[in-house]
Design a protein around this ligand. Structure first.
Ligand SMILES: [Zn+2]
Length: 356
């Protein structure tokens, strides 16, 4: 480990220039793709085929249940057949639905949630990629929606990792991620989740890097440090985020979060706080990060939140996010709102001059 780290450090400046040129070139190509379709017509046409109408007439509670159940399956990379099988096995679906109706409704929702998400017309707008095996998107979405609303940001949610492509991402101003890099496409009949598959491709890393390099905001939450791999030491994604996953504690650990820099816009109005959450201790790989938060559990302290820039874009990492109550808390709502606004700041002038 030590020698690999040293090698990485010694090659850093050469790789930085190489990375910069590579990212800049790809960014130009990607911006060209998006500009070729400035109204997003091609994306919009994929959004509302007639088959979706069956789910739109469901009562709101049933539609939300269906959306969340299907979104969780998609976030684990499961096929439609597998999603139907797993959701049927839940036995918690609305009792008025027969099994054939359930299958048809799951199919329609699956089609919607695996298409590019409906792009909000209002700007600035955020794309939030959420949910994985250990983090059901059902609990993440409502508090994130609330925080983005407070920040004045319209948000679209993404569950299908295959949609992390330039044609989608480059239509947004802020990218928010709360999920890891593992899919579990093949659950076993005995209840086992099967074997994980790491999904983030080099093209998708380049998409994220180009988006941020060109001025997009990146708000990485909780286990987004593990998007590429567990304990990674070298990747383009790591160069964008600046830190990688290095382990976590129990799901309900009580610990303090200390504000190390209260004068930064992300921590404005935030004081030391106590949480019960899964504590992550990511490893920082860059020297240009401004550490804003640290966690303290007994004698042990660890990195809990930082900001940096990558090209023209701003990056913010916040470690909380395993439990819904934490995301809903006043302090996290404030930090999330602040973070979204801060990450978006370089884009605001541009956004205000764009057609809404
Ligand atoms: Zn977690």
């Amino acid at each position: 480990m030590g020698s690999r780290f040293s090698t990485r450090k010694s090659r850093q400046s050469g790789l930085c220039w190489g990375t910069a040129l590579r990212v800049a070139a790809i960014a130009l190509v990607l911006v060209g793709w998006v500009l070729a379709d400035p109204t997003g017509t091609a994306v919009a046409e994929a959004l509302n085929p007639p088959a979706f109408s069956t789910i739109d007439v469901l009562p709101e509670g049933e539609r939300t249940w269906l959306r969340d159940a299907v979104a969780y399956q998609i976030s684990m990379g499961r096929s439609l057949d597998m999603a139907v099988r797993e959701i049927k096995a839940l036995k918690s679906f609305p009792e008025q639905w027969s099994e054939p109706q359930l299958a048809a409704l799951v199919g329609a929702m699956y089609q919607r949630l695996t298409a590019p998400p409906q792009r909000p017309s209002r700007r600035p707008r955020a794309l939030a990629l959420i949910g994985d095996r250990y983090h059901d998107p059902a609990y993440i979405r409502p508090p994130l929606e609330e925080a983005m609303e407070k920040a004045g940001v319209a948000v679209a949610f993404l569950y299908d990792v295959r949609q992390l492509v330039p044609q989608v991402v480059f239509q947004y101003d802020l990218l928010v991620i709360l999920r890891d890099g593992m899919l579990w496409p093949d659950p076993q009949p005995n209840g086992s989740f099967g074997k994980p598959v790491f999904w983030l491709t080099e093209e998708q890393e380049m998409t994220v890097a180009s988006f941020v390099w060109a001025g997009g905001g990146f708000l990485a939450l909780h286990n987004a440090t593990a998007l590429k791999a567990l304990n990674e030491t070298e990747s383009l994604y790591l160069r964008v985020l600046g830190a990688s996953y290095a382990g976590h504690g129990p799901a309900q650990e009580g610990y303090y979060v200390r504000v190390l820099n209260g004068s930064h816009p992300v921590t404005a109005g935030v004081h030391d706080y106590f949480v019960e959450d899964e504590r992550h201790w990511p490893r920082l790989y860059v020297s240009d990060a401004l550490v804003l938060l640290e966690s303290a559990s007994g004698e042990e302290t660890s990195l809990h939140g930082f900001v940096r820039t990558f090209g023209l874009g701003r990056v913010c990492y916040l470690a909380n996010g395993h439990n819904r109550r934490v995301l809903e808390s006043d302090v996290m709502q404030r930090i999330l709102r602040n973070a979204a606004r801060w990450c978006l700041e370089p884009r605001l002038d541009v956004v205000e001059n764009l057609e809404r």
